[in-house]
Write a protein that binds this ligand. Sequence first.
Ligand code: NAD
Length: 353
Amino acid sequence: MLPRAACRVLAGKLCQFSGRTARYHGQSEWEQSSHSCTDNPRILITGSLGQLGPVMAHFLREKYSVDNVIMSDIIKPTKEIAESGPYIFADVLDFKGLQRIVVMHRIDWIIHFSALLSAIGEQNVPLAVRVNIEGAHNVIELAKQYRLKLFLPSTIGAFGPESPRNPTPNVTIQRPKTIYGVSKVHAELMGEYYHYRFGLDFRCLRFPGVISSDPPGGGTTDYAVAIFFESLREKLFECYLRPDTRLPMMYIEDCKRAIWEYMVTPSEKLKRRVYNVTAMSFTPEELVTAIRKHIPSLKITYNPDSRQNIADSWPCVFDDSEARNDWGWSHNYDINKLVETMIRDVRNKMEAS
Ligand code: NAD
């Protein structure tokens, strides 16, 4: 909660603007204007040392300057990250600490990446509940209190075996069977509720498996990253999913661009606050065929583990037509372009290390 004195200051400010506090969705014009800063926003990225954070930070720093994008996490940054721009400690379970950061760094947007992903979440359910649910509560409440624009990613894992899987539409039954999925449905609903109840500028995209040359965080689609490293190193890969397991996927360049394009879309264009986005869908077998065009000697074995059960409950093909219609989402990378780019990226990374 905001301290009482701060509430009084906010209440006073609202009074000063009493001539223009016409409310809709419970939101005043003053509140709207204070979080519509898209020209040069100051941005906090939580959980920024995972797979998506560094790439997103780099992208946003090119758009809005290095100093305007503050990376944060609870782990120690590499020298390269520490020297690349502002980096601070932020535990999403510490609400007061988050308040201090928003105030001291004059934050306008939050990109909330902190989470325990699907496979890791199943190994430590109590921690996943805390980080994914309590952490999302903190960030949503924080964004409401300080009128911040909030981006929170959801996932194909927010669907379950009772959802239509081919294709999975934007609005359908959601009964996920992992704590990761349950926590993401919860975050989607809380964000939507805060939007309609308090006018929070909440934006959420449901991503498929994101593929990049950075280490993934323990999700069910991680095989589609690991296979590139093993293809170049040993030319031998053991896959933990069956060869015919079809899952939606996206290259990181499309992922970061989707987030930014969605964040700068004027509110009036958005018919909803949670959208499916995707780029392609493939099976391990199809990915191997595409990689063999570049590395013909690649050998693959299949040894499904507990992640197979998770994958079997997830969408095979994601319907993102609403994102395409409402705010012009369109992907650039299909499977062939993805494979070509990943082989180049991973080769460069291996040579550099
Ligand atoms: P990741 O697991 O690689 O990184 C998550 C980060 O959260 C880690 O650096 C971790 O240190 C941090 N974290 C954990 N506990 C924290 C705490 N208490 N306070 C602050 N930070 C904490 O995740 P990612 O792959 O970079 O994904 C980022 C977001 O995107 C997640 O919310 C994830 O659900 C979502 N997403 C990712 C994918 C994907 O394929 N990578 C797909 C769909 C959605």
